[in-house]
Design a protein around this ligand. Structure first.
Ligand code: PMV
Length: 362
């Protein structure tokens, strides 16, 4: 198999529409400035900037009836106890914001159109789609009509409590989460669209995800965030993230691709550097991750094509490039990089417009 297929057909969730059902489709996102380290109740230690993907998404539906706060979760058409426990814990944790959750039972069905172990933040799309459903349900329960901005803010706030990066998936395009001086109107409580108009050069960014390894990570993101509490470089890292956010925002306004590339790659390697210098130290990168990085840097040097890489908390490589370079970069990926991927697997994605409501309580 050369290319990971993403199902574009309506997923089972939208095929089985019944009464009193809310359905949202929400995409994943890829961070350029990384969120790594948190405090309090899912508050970020530093600002993060991402763009929301177009293709890789989760579609979540909820149905509800009078009850006592129980939840049942079906993931990709199967019962999944691990995800169900996570959903139940999440629903309990947000009950003070949505008190009606204590007097209903929820049936939740979630479908991912991408493999959830492919190195794409599946918690971002899963938690954001659930948070959007719950925000819609709150509107129905309370009979209030929030403005679009208020609705998205509330959904981002609730998504954040499930998974920090999920707060960013609520919005399309470039998104910032975490208060920082370089972006007036940025917040720790929820994400918002990036405060500036980005240069045309960055308006149609592609992300090809090369699947080097799809195994379960040896250290989860939750554990990784926790290790930042005692990390010897934590303070410097948080200062660096604010500086990198400011530099990246300016570069994106000006169309400065060189600076964009240098910050994005520094953030990716820096994230893994933090893991490698945690106590205990750990490595999520694989030899093929490094081969791919070397190849990308050599290709960029040789061709001057503004292609770069970023990494999530895992070994898979996200190759970022502007739409105008699609044919040469795709050729390069096919000829030189797929050989480093598990079963030649990759997923082609690009910047997207954000979540989509499929059904609202009908
Ligand atoms: O949202 P979480 O808790 O899964 O943390 C995500 C952290 C990274 O994906 C590594 C970086 C980011 O900002 O998305």
């Amino acid at each position: 198999m050369e290319k990971e297929s993403l199902s574009t057909k309506p997923t089972a969730a939208s095929q089985q529409l019944t009464a009193s059902r809310i359905t949202w489709q929400s995409p994943s996102n890829i961070a350029l400035i990384k969120y790594w380290g948190k405090h309090g109740i899912q508050q970020p230690r530093n600002p993060s900037i991402s763009f929301t993907l177009s293709e890789c998404h989760t579609e979540t539906s909820i149905e509800w009836e009078k009850g006592s706060g129980k939840a049942e979760l079906i993931f990709n058409s199967e019962k999944n106890l691990k995800f169900q426990t996570r959903a139940e814990d999440y629903l309990k944790s947000i009950r003070s914001y949505l008190p009606f959750l204590g007097s209903i039972d929820l049936h939740i069905e979630s479908f991912n159109n991408f493999p959830h172990s492919a190195g794409i933040a599946s918690s971002a799309s899963a938690m954001s789609s659930l948070a959007l459903c719950l925000t819609s349900l709150e509107q129905i329960m309370s009979g209030t009509d929030l403005s679009k901005d208020e609705f998205l803010q509330k959904a981002s706030f609730l998504a954040r409590l499930g998974s920090g990066s999920a707060s960013r998936s609520i919005f399309g395009g470039y998104v910032i989460w975490g208060k920082t001086d370089s972006c007036p109107g940025s917040f720790d409580d929820h994400a918002c669209p990036l405060c500036v108009e980005v240069h045309d050069k960055f308006s149609d960014m592609h992300d090809c995800i090369l699947i080097v390894d799809d195994g379960v990570k040896s250290v989860s993101s939750r554990e990784g965030h926790a290790l930042m509490d005692t990390h010897p470089y934590a303070r410097q890292r948080y200062t660096q993230a604010h500086k990198n956010a400011a530099t990246l925002i300016a570069a994106m306004q000006e169309g400065d691709e060189e600076t964009f590339i240098s910050i994005v790659e520094q953030e990716a390697l820096g994230l893994h550097g933090l893991m490698m210098s945690s106590d205990p130290a750990y490595i999520l990168l694989k030899p093929n991750t490094l081969h791919i990085i070397d190849k990308i840097r050599a290709f960029r040097k040789y061709t001057n094509i503004p292609v770069c890489f970023t990494l999530d908390a895992g070994p898979n490589v996200h190759i970022l490039y502007p739409a105008r370079e699609t044919s040469s970069v795709q050729e390069f990926i096919k000829n030189e990089l797929l050989v480093y991927c598990r079963d030649n697997r990759r997923i082609d994605d690009r910047i997207g417009v954000g979540p989509q409501k499929i059904m609202n309580g009908e």
